[in-house]
Design a protein around this ligand. Structure first.
Ligand code: ZN
Ligand code: CU
Length: 485
């Protein structure tokens, strides 16, 4: 007999921008059975139903984290506490050109090493999908295929554009993954390992994803001075490939570019008139990625999150380490590599403008394998609610939720998710609108958020604010466009 929960008298924010209203929601098994007045009659038909008093609370679709690097984390640390404790019920993995498949290795090089080292054992998406479904992680998992991973599998010289034979080999792997249910192609031409890719290579692969109805998500070549050209390149790839574009973690990085979202967002509006385009954003002025000496400008603060040769330097600022060693910051950076860092490279007004833009979705870009991760891993979603809805009023509640749910499910072709309506999958979060907030900081980054009261994943109560993780997990692998109702 399937389990039922009757969520009573909450403020329902349905994920579609409809104004919030007070009502009930009934979960039966893994689906939403009813929303609103119909719940009463439906609940009366059931032998057993757990009643949850939601008065004063918000009932929303479970959040979809559209930008993650949780590819291996869902297998290594399947409880997924950093995400469930934010109300996240689905993670999209494979961003920035970085994915586990199709590589099989014990020693992944940067940037793939962002995913840890233990799970590079899936030549095909079908193998990864089977591993996820066997594990039943705490959250649902949907996957992009990484262009850099394809390159590392099929190319010997990463500093050149792919040859026609190499493109064909990458395209075959990508087509296979798309057939299995990948959401699309991701690229990270910002990273050296993919920087040499030319328009022909990118367009050829984008069209493979397009034929299966996928999207193209990209960490563009340059988020600093050359950002407009880099955005145009991404837009051209998507137009030539014939598929929707998602600009990853949209930002204007580096002090010389602060304020330039006044140029980049109008460019996105202009492009949106002719092609499908969206972006994701995280609510912080610091970015985080692998340690790179070319990002060391002597101006911005850089916090070391991880260093293989000097693990004890995690949590310290590069400037302090350089002073201690009596060397320039760039040299200190080189000594600390390989590793990871947080780069305080953005300005608050730019972050606000991107978050406020109607085409932006929330994605954490959290790095689960860092010793001291950027706090976005544990705090991105509650921070948007606390800071940009409740405190600053940059967004209305319905808009904030839409950017975490309905818009995300639509852009990535996840039918049956992201919206509270009868028949949809029961991915649901209940939170306290007065209390919800992030607690993870750069000093103490691994902290559960407050105010997230209950989280259901496919109808399984997986997290409660009072007790933390529940015994049961409910996550599944989600295939593009499948599972529609
Ligand atoms: Zn990225
Ligand atoms: Cu990323």
């Amino acid at each position: 007999m399937s389990h039922a929960s009757w969520l009573r008298q909450g403020r329902i924010v349905d994920g579609r921008l409809n104004p919030a209203w007070v009502g009930d929601l009934l979960i039966v098994g893994d689906r939403i059975q009813a929303v609103g007045p119909a719940c009463e009659a439906e609940a009366a038909k059931l032998a057993h139903v757990t009643t949850v008093d939601c008065s004063g609370k918000v009932i929303a679709p479970g959040f979809i984290d559209v930008h993650t690097h949780d590819d291996a984390a869902v297998l290594d640390k399947p409880d997924m506490l950093p995400k469930l404790s934010q109300g996240v019920t689905t993670v999209i993995v494979g961003n920035c050109g970085i994915s586990l498949l199709p590589l099989v290795t014990d020693a992944p090089a940067a940037p793939l090493s962002l995913l840890g080292k233990s799970q590079f054992r899936f030549p095909r998406l079908a193998d990864y999908m089977a591993a996820v479904d066997a594990m039943v992680p705490g959250v649902n998992v949907a996957a992009l295929v990484g262009h850099t991973a394809l390159r590392m599998r099929h190319m010997t010289n990463l500093d050149a554009p792919a040859s026609p034979a190499e493109i064909a080999a990458m395209a075959a792997d990508l087509a296979d993954a798309m057939q299995t249910g990948a959401l699309g192609l991701s690229s990270g031409v910002f990273y050296r390992e993919a920087f040499a890719a030319d328009q022909a290579e990118l367009t050829a692969l984008a069209s493979v994803a397009a034929r299966a109805g996928g999207v193209y998500a990209t960490h563009i070549r340059d988020e600093l001075a050359g950002i407009l050209d880099a955005m145009q390149e991404a837009a051209l790839t998507a137009r030539q490939g014939g598929l929707p574009l998602v600009l990853s973690h949209h930002k204007c990085a580096g002090p010389a570019n602060w304020g330039r979202t006044r140029e980049t967002l109008p460019l996105i509006d202009q492009l949106a008139r002719h092609q499908a385009i969206a972006m994701d954003v995280y609510p912080y002025t610091a970015g985080s990625t692998v340690l790179r000496d070319d990002l060391v400008d002597g101006v911005i603060d850089i916090l070391i999150t991880r260093s293989e040769p000097y693990p004890e330097m995690g949590g310290r600022y590069l400037a302090d380490i350089a002073k201690e060693w009596g060397v320039p910051q760039q040299d200190a950076c080189k000594r600390l590599m390989p590793g990871g860092a947080c780069y305080f490279q953005m300005r608050e007004d730019d972050v606000e403008r991107v978050i406020a833009h109607p085409l932006s979705m929330i994605g954490s870009d959290g790095l689960p394998h860092d010793e001291r991760p950027h706090p976005r891993l544990w705090g991105a979603f509650p921070k948007v609610l606390a800071c940009y809805w409740r405190e600053k009023g940059v967004l209305q509640l319905e808009q904030a939720i839409h950017k975490m749910t309905g818009l995300s499910a639509r852009n990535f072709h996840l039918p049956g998710r992201g919206v509270l309506k009868p028949g949809n999958w029961a991915d649901v979060v209940v939170f306290d609108p007065d209390l919800v907030s992030d607690t993870a900081t750069f000093e103490k980054p691994q902290q559960r958020s407050c105010g997230i009261e209950q989280v259901w994943v496919n109808g399984v109560l997986s997290y409660s604010g009072a007790e933390g993780l529940r015994a049961q997990r409910g996550g599944r692998f989600l295939r593009r466009g499948v599972d529609a109702i």
